[in-house]
Ligand binder design. Sequence first.
Ligand code: GLY
Length: 318
Amino acid sequence: MWGIIATWRMAKEGIDKSVPILEKGGTAADAVEEAIKYVEDFPFYKSVGYGGLPNEEMEVELDAAFMDGASLSIGAVAAIKDFANPISIARSLSKYTVNNMLVGAGAEKYARKQGFERKNMLTDRAKIHYRNRVKETQEMDISPYSGHDTVGMVSVDSSGHLVAGTSTSGLFMKKAGRVGDSPIIGSGLYADSSIGAASATGLGEDLMKGVVSYEVVRLMGTGMSPQEACEKVTFDLDKKLIERRGIAGDISIVAINTDGDWGAAANIDTFSFSVATATQKNTVYTTKRVGNKMVHEEASQEWLEDYLTERMKPLEEK
Ligand code: GLY
């Protein structure tokens, strides 16, 4: 059995690239890195990699992490600028015993020395988004902190090896140096090959309050299915945040276990995810909470195309 599941419809084409790796008995590590690299390279996804939205100083600062569930090895970069594939840098850091998480200038120095591809990650399109958002927030007094989505991915390969990875440009208009949950092991991702793996997307500041990915894996370890664990962690944290703070940010989680059973949950109605297993072709689902359960619905071809058309439509300066 093998399987791979990731946050958002944007992971679909990346997973298409990874399915042959897993089908041929390749590793979950290669599958996750390949799929996330595809998302990072695609210029129209505006919150991951190339074309990612900039911080308030109009600089693209990227976060990524990688965790190997067999050895529990971890690697992460945060607030890194001008490198094409932060996920590959994070994976390479997971090979060391120490110095596994590097930030800013230190991460860039490491990546340069290791020969990772340098790239100006700020596209003309992202500059237009930035200028439009500056105008909108001035004119309409709305928050600039919206409209982001991280790619979080987990996979089990045919050897039963589990891996998790994340990559994001984080919140649009974030402060320079702001780091969200995505590179934080336990919050943005967690993998343990004896149980399963989970990854999250949403408002990093709130996801970190629940250490959600670790918590999902821990609950799976007590016997919960990935679906039950994702629902419990998402709904409990949503409730706790509302009780304690009056408001909960976006929380969405995907998970998989050693059998290739998967699950997903969100406290928003717009969440989608992409999943493929040895017995299921690569499928995109939208999902909604109904009572205390999530109801997943396979996305239609029309929905899939509209998603891409919307993201790729010409953008005009306001
Ligand atoms: N979940 C991505 C972030 O908050 O940066």
